[in-house]
Ligand binder design. Structure first.
Ligand code: FEO
Ligand code: CA
Ligand code: CA
Length: 705
C-alpha cells in the first residue's frame, strides 16, 4: 500500500460533505449553490397517511420470498432458443448469472473491516486482491486507436472507454460464468483533468468539446474470467461483436411511451418527437430480469444554455428542473452549444425535455437502438431497479436526486414472460413502455419527537406507513390540470401537486430480490431545516443533514405492486460515536463510520452493500456491507476504499458471489489539480484516470462471507 504525495486543495475548500468544489462544478453544475428547485408548498399529509393506512387495516408484509421465484433463472439457458433466432449476429448462452446462494439477507460477513483512510490507492481487506478491468481511454470498439492524451479526437473517444464511469452491470454470455458483458455508465467529464494545458472551457477547441461529448454515455465491453479466480479482464483481441459505445455526441435514442410524440418533445431536428441525439449524465442503473440495462439521466440540466432566451411560458418548467433562466451561460457551463446548437434553449426550447429519462439498452443486441422510456417519468433520475412482482408485473423503483425531491415507482401494464424463447425476450423488451407511475408519501409515527437532532424516538424507530400516489396510468392522468404527457414530462410538478414527501436527495432505490424489501440511499441534504427550507421529519430526521440515511420500504402484503407500505430507517449514517447515528440497534462500537450513501447492491446471499459519495468524515469514499435480517442487521463494515478524491460507484456482485466490481469515479478531483499536477496518480502512476476495478477473494471463496 502506498501513500503517494498529493496536492492539498488549492483554491477551494471541501463543501457538501467532503465533496471538493471541483466535483460540485463538473458533476452537478454547482446544483447546491442554486436555489432549491422545489419551492412548492406541497402540503404535508404525513399523519393523514398513517391514520388512513391504519384504518384500512393493512397487514404488514410477511415473508415475501415467493415473489422472486422464477426470477434468478428466468432467462438462464437462453442459448437453446437463442440459436433459433433469425438474423441475430450474437447469440448469448445465458443472460442471467448462474444462481448464487438462497440467503435472505442474514449471511455472516466475515471480512475484517478496513479503517478510514486518505491513501491514493485502492484498499481491500486482507485475503482479497483487486485489479483494474478497464480505464478511461482504453479501446472498446474494435479498431479503436490507442489512447493519446495530447492528441485526443472525438472519433477516437467515441470508440474508447468514456470518462467518469458510474453504474456497472455485468451480464453473462455463457452458463459457466466465464464470459460476460460489462456495461458501464459514463456520467460526466472533467476537462481540467482530461486535457493537458486546460485553462477554461472557452479555450477548448470545438474538437475538444466534442471529445467531452463522446466521453459521456455508456460502454458495453466483453470480459472474460481469469481461469480459476474471481478476476475478470477485457477480451483483448479477436472478434468482439457486442462491444459498443453510446454517447452524447451522435448516438440515436428512441422515445417510447405516452410522452413520445407529444408537443413537449418535438424539435426542429425531430418534428415527430420520437428520436433524440445523445444521452446525458448517466448516473446509476440496474440490470433487468430480461437481460437489459437501465441507466438514469441525472443532472441533465447543466448541459443547456440560453435559458434566459427561452419562451417565458417555459421558464417555470426550466426552473423546477434546475435550469437557469436568467443567464445565457450559467456558472460552470460547458458551453456545448459551441459544438451543437441543440443545447441552446433560446433556439431549441424543447431539447431539455428530451433528457432526464430512464434509458434502456440491450447489450446483447449491438445493433439495437437504445430507448428513453417516458412512462417512467422525467426528473433527475439517479437510476432504476426492477423486480418481478408476485403477479408477474414488473416494478421499477426510482429516486430523483435533488434536495427535497421525491421517490417514485412504476408498475408495468404487461406481465413478465418467463422462459427461454426470443418471443419472451421480445415481449419483455416492451414492459417499460406502458404502465402506472406513482410517487411516495411517507407518514410518521413519532412526528412530535422529531427535533432535528437525530435522537431516536421513544418508540424505538424512525418509522411510519406510507402510500404510493398514482400520477398517471397509460394515457390517463390522475393529476388535476395535467395531461398524461405533461405529468410524464414535468413529473416534478405532478409530485408537488399531490403532496409527495420531500426527501433528502434520493439516490439509488433498489429492491432486494431475496426479500422484496426496497432500500433507498438518501445521501445528505445540507438545507434540511435550514432557513425557510422544509423542517426535519421522521424519514429525514436531521437538520442540515451531512451524512445521510438508509430507508427500508416494505410493501404491504409483500406485494411490490401494492399502493401502501411500511418504512423505517435501519441506518442513520455518520460516525458511530455520534449519538445522532443509528445502526439498526447494533452495538455501535463494532460498526464502521459511513457518510453519504449513494449506490446500493445485494450479494448472492442478500446482504446489502452500500457505496459512498462525498464522505463528510474526512476519509476517502468506500464500500460497506451489512446483513439486512437477523442478529447481524446493522453490523455495517467497511470493505474497501477508493483512491484520493474519488467516489465509489457501481457496485456489482456477480451471481456466484465470486467477483465484486466497483467504478472508481473522479480520482484526484481536487480543486487546483490538473493533468500535469495531479492530486491522484491512480491507477497507472502518471495522472488520474477513472476506471472499473474487480475485487475477489484470494482463496476463491465468496466475497464478503
Ligand atoms: Fe450521480 Fe445522484 O449521483
Ligand atoms: Ca417512530
Ligand atoms: Ca450516484
Amino acid at each position: 500500500m502506498s501513500d503517494r504525495p498529493r496536492l492539498l486543495p488549492l483554491l477551494g475548500t471541501p463543501r457538501h460533505g467532503s465533496r471538493d468544489a471541483m466535483t460540485c462544478l463538473y458533476r452537478c453544475g454547482n446544483a447546491c449553490d442554486h436555489p432549491v428547485p422545489n419551492t412548492s408548498d406541497n402540503t404535508y399529509f404525513g399523519d393523514l397517511v398513517n391514520a388512513e393506512v391504519s384504518r384500512r387495516g393493512v397487514v404488514r408484509a410477511g415473508a415475501v420470498g415467493a415473489m422472486v421465484l422464477g426470477f434468478g433463472g428466468a432467462l438462464a439457458g437462453t442459448g437453446a432458443a437463442a440459436s433459433a433466432a433469425p438474423n441475430s449476429p450474437v447469440l448469448p448462452e445465458a443472460t442471467t448469472f448462474p444462481a448464487g446462494g438462497k440467503g435472505v439477507g442474514n449471511g455472516a460477513l466475515t471480512f475484517k473491516p478496513i479503517p478510514p483512510n486518505t491513501l491514493d490507492t485502492f484498499v481491500v481487506p486482507n485475503g482479497y486482491d483487486h485489479a483494474v478491468v478497464i480505464r478511461w481511454g482504453d479501446p472498446v470498439v474494435p479498431g479503436a486507436p490507442a489512447f493519446n492524451l495530447g492528441k485526443q479526437t472525438a472519433a477516437a473517444q467515441a470508440k474508447q472507454f468514456g470518462y467518469n464511469n458510474d453504474y456497472v452491470g455485468v451480464l453473462p454470455l455463457d452458463k459457466g460464468g466465464k464470459r460476460a458483458l460489462l456495461v458501464v455508465n459514463h456520467e460526466y467529464t472533467n476537462e481540467d483533468l482530461m486535457f493537458p494545458g486546460f485553462t477554461s472551457q472557452d479555450a477548448l477547441s470545438v474538437e475538444q468539446v466534442k471529445v467531452a461529448m463522446a466521453a459521456h454515455g455508456m460502454s458495453v465491453v466483453e470480459i472474460e474470467r481469469v481461469a480459476g479466480t474471481g478476476q475478470w479482464r477485457v477480451v483483448g483481441s479477436g472478434r468482439r461483436p457486442y462491444n459498443r459505445r453510446v454517447d452524447a455526441l451522435s448516438s440515436t435514442f428512441e422515445l417510447t411511451g405516452p410522452a413520445a410524440g407529444s408537443s413537449f418533445v418535438k424539435t426542429a431536428a425531430d418534428p415527430k418527437g420520437r428520436t433524440v441525439i445523445g444521452t446525458l449524465n448517466n448516473c446509476a442503473g440496474g440490470v433487468t430480469p430480461w437481460g437489459t440495462v437501465l441507466s438514469g439521466e441525472e443532472n441533465f440540466n447543466q448541459y443547456f444554455v440560453g435559458g434566459d432566451a427561452a419562451p417565458e411560458a417555459d421558464k417555470p418548467r426550466l426552473t423546477r428542473y434546475g435550469i437557469s433562466t436568467t443567464a445565457r451561460y450559467p456558472s460552470g457551463s460547458r458551453k456545448w452549444d459551441r459544438a451543437a446548437d441543440r443545447f441552446d434553449l433560446g433556439k431549441h426550447p424543447n431539447e431539455a425535455n428530451r433528457h432526464g429519462w430512464i434509458v434502456e439498452i440491450d447489450p446483447y443486441d449491438p445493433d439495437s437502438r437504445p430507448r428513453k422510456h417516458t412512462a417512467l417519468g422525467r426528473f433527475k433520475h439517479e437510476g432504476a431497479n426492477v423486480i418481478v412482482a408476485r403477479s408477474g408485473h414488473v416494478v421499477a423503483y426510482m429516486g430523483d436526486d435533488e434536495r427535497f425531491d421525491y421517490l417514485y415507482k412504476f408498475v408495468s401494464d404487461k406481465k413478465f414472460m418467463k422462459g427461454d424463447s426470443w418471443v419472451a425476450r421480445k415481449h419483455n423488451l416492451t414492459l417499460l413502455e406502458s404502465g402506472t407511475l406513482y410517487v411516495a408519501q411517507l407518514g410518521q409515527t413519532s412526528a412530535d419527537e422529531i427535533d432535528g437532532s437525530g435522537k431516536l424516538p421513544s418508540d424505538g424507530a424512525f418509522d411510519g406507513k406510507g402510500r404510493w400516489i398514482k400520477l398517471v396510468s397509460g394515457n390517463r392522468s390522475y393529476v388535476d390540470g395535467m395531461t398524461a404527457a405533461e405529468v410524464l414530462t414535468f413529473t416534478r410538478f405532478a409530485g408537488d401537486k399531490v403532496g409527495a414527501t420531500k426527501m433528502d436527495r434520493p439516490e439509488d432505490v433498489e429492491p432486494s430480490l431475496h426479500t422484496g424489501k426496497v432500500y433507498v440511499a438518501l445521501t445528505n441534504n445540507s438545507n434540511r431545516g435550514v432557513g425557510s427550507n422544509p423542517k426535519p421529519d421522521e424519514a429525514n430526521p436531521r437538520t442540515a443533514n451531512r451524512h445521510g440515511q438508509i430507508l427500508e420500504l416494505v410493501e404491504d402484503r409483500g406485494d411490490n405492486t401494492a399502493e401502501t407500505f411500511a418504512w423505517s430507517l435501519p441506518i442513520v449514517c455518520g460516525d458511530p460515536a455520534d449519538p445522532a447515528t443509528y445502526f439498526a440497534g447494533y452495538d455501535k462500537t463494532k460498526v464502521s463510520p459511513i457518510s453519504c450513501p449513494d449506490n446500493v447492491a445485494f450479494d448472492a446471499t442478500g446482504n446489502l452493500w452500500i457505496s459512498t459519495d462525498g464522505n463528510a468524515l474526512g476519509s476517502n469514499d468506500g464500500l460497506f456491507a451489512t446483513a439486512t435480517e437477523g442478529p447481524e442487521r446493522g453490523h455495517l463494515k467497511q470493505f474497501l476504499t477508493v483512491p484520493y478524491g474519488a467516489e465509489t460507484c457501481g457496485p456489482f456482485i456477480t451471481g456466484d458471489n465470486r467477483s465484486l466490481f466497483v467504478a472508481v469515479q473522479h480520482p484526484g478531483e481536487i480543486t487546483g489539480a490538473t493533468v500535469e499536477n495531479p492530486a491522484s496518480t491512480w491507477p497507472d502512476g502518471d495522472y488520474a484516470k477513472p476506471g472499473v476495478v474487480v475485487t475477489w477473494r484470494l482463496d476463491g471463496g465468496p466475497v464478503g462471507s
